[in-house]
Design a protein around this ligand. Sequence first.
Ligand SMILES: Nc1ncnc2c1ncn2[C@@H]1O[C@H](COP(=O)(O)OP(=O)(O)O)[C@@H](O)[C@H]1O
Ligand SMILES: [Mg+2]
Length: 288
Amino acid sequence: MSADLATRPETAPVATGAPLLEVRGLRVAVPGADGPVDAVHGVDLRVGRGEALGLVGESGSGKTLTCRAVLGVLPGRCTVAGGTIDLDGTDLATLSPRAWRDVHAVRIGAVFQDPASYLNPAQTVGRQLAEVLRVKTGLGRRAARARALELFATVGLKRPEVVFDRIAAHLSGGMQQRVMLAIAISCDPQLLIADEPTTALDVKTQAEIVRLLRELRERIGLAILFVSHDLAVVTELCDRIAVFRDGRIVEEAPTAELLAGRAEHPYTRSLLRAAGLETTTPEDDRVA
Ligand SMILES: Nc1ncnc2c1ncn2[C@@H]1O[C@H](COP(=O)(O)OP(=O)(O)O)[C@@H](O)[C@H]1O
Ligand SMILES: [Mg+2]
């Protein structure tokens, strides 16, 4: 390395361009009638620090399996069949399941479509968050409660001390998702994986959650891997978009490029059109 670079350490991460998350050649196998078959066929992804990457594509195209592979929590009998998953210099796929789960809880936060199913129905949401803080960050009871209230305020929950004592069933879907986000960011993760986090919500609440994610990104420098079948929502949050089809990425491009009508793959163009986002391209203007 040149002396010049060595004396400017703050520029090093940019100079090396090392992404926060780098997935290469990821293959995920699912159980088939005659044994395991690949459902994700060699996916490459990069998410930079503080960057938001969107994954779009029709249902069954492999978005969720890809996210769950990164989190180390694939559903039963599904396995990582190949590839590397590098988070800030650690190849997650070589970790023990237990070590991987610890990464999931602390360095990567996650939210999914159905927050209620991840919350204990019998325990107040405040106690659940405080419990995570006590176990994962070693805070004492009072400090954990105080931090939980702070986190509830951070995710836009009004009257945090009232929410603290509620069980999930007594909160709206949007509030439940905010609670899940508070849990997801509670250990200061570098990366948030959000798999269809707004799909079950009404349009107004969906917009609020997207705004919140954008704020979290700006305020705490969170990188986000955001999955949605709704391309319009993805363009509001993400810098780049990867288009999934049949377990493969068929196109990946900066959001601005796609919105400027520079999508290359016909499938991407059909998604843009379906979302009412496609601008006219020279080809469309051509008279047959
Ligand atoms: N638990 C599972 N067992 C068997 N096949 C699965 C399982 N989960 C997903 N698959 C299959 O893998 C493919 C990709 O699924 P998924 O990643 O959930 O798609 P997406 O999130 O894009 O809708 C689909 O064909 C689906 O049927
Ligand atoms: Mg899915």
